[in-house]
Design a protein around this ligand. Sequence first.
Ligand code: COA
Ligand code: MG
Length: 355
Amino acid sequence: MALCATRLLSLCRTPGAGAGAGAGAGAGAGAGARALLSSHPSSRRLLSYANTKKRQTPRRALMYVPGNDERKQGKIPSLGADCICLDCEDGVALGKKEAARNRIRQILDERPIDFGRSECSVRVNPFETGLGEEDVRVIFGGPNMPDAVHLPKVDSPKDLTDFAAAYKEAIKDNSAAKSCVVGLIIFIESARSLLRLPDICSTAVGLGEHSNLRAETLVFGSDDFTADIGATRTADASELLYARQKIVSVAKAFQMQAIDLVHIDFKDLEGLKRQSEEGARMGFTGKQVIHPGQVPVVQAAFSPSKEKVEWAKQLIKEFRDHERSGKGAFNFRGSMIDMPLVKQAQNIVDMMDSL
Ligand code: COA
Ligand code: MG
């Protein structure tokens, strides 16, 4: 029997269905927009989470837990992070790579850890290191699948197609595993990858036509990127502004989530809050997290406030009323409201629904 990670079979993501816990079936982008325009009373879900126009597993905090560290893994049930990333890559020393991949396989098969509402995902090593293929063979070679896979250092479409070939080989005898959807989470960590971002995204989306991999998320690997372009990190991260804006824009163009940089000074929760709120304002849907203390700060920053949800629901209601009476732009609490504001409001409502 194939299970998607630690979830029960009934929660296993199946191709064509919504992604992950709490996600309903998603309308296509065009369908969502049309529903909004026609304002059909029954079309509750008009546009979806963070302008992605399809339902996805929320990933407000993407929390790294080293694949070989059983003590840290013991904390998973109490972390409360939307996405747990069992890491084989940079969080694991070279001498522990084999132990990490074998332990992850054991977690998937024997399920000694209760992930609760958290997504169970795995980050493999890049193929250029000579470690990635073996990670894929071991991690995807058993009966149970993780919910998502993280591919670091994707510099070109070929990195994706190499991964997809190894993945296909690993699951070839597992017909049940093929019926799960596995989210594809792509790391952008170099100048080259930033330059080729649209090609990378369209290749990633195309993989879904021939496999159960679904391109869902871009992650900004900010520390590798900083080293790659020869920048110096500053407190306000101004040297990363262009890359962050580009990643958000391209991710949204492909209806994907965008995950912001790591705040490595893990004891500085004030700075983390500031940077998380800034990322949320920029359009990021979540942030990478390395320490348990960072999770609540980040998840709060990427959740709309009660007031904002009330604002959004009321705005949508009044939009529908005005549309029924044939009016376009209208005055809502002293502001001019037209379609872009309605879409933003719908993003907020959809995001709350997905949590
Ligand atoms: N996952 C789960 N539990 C974690 C954790 C993590 N990523 N980071 C820390 N903890 C646990 C610790 O084990 C500790 O519990 P314990 O006292 O029962 O052992 C508790 O949280 C408090 O940790 P603390 O003592 O404050 O930090 P530390 O010095 O043990 O660890 C880091 C600091 C940065 C080394 C650690 O947080 C870590 O390894 N983070 C992940 C790094 C990583 O994966 N990097 C690659 C991606 S960027
Ligand atoms: Mg990195």
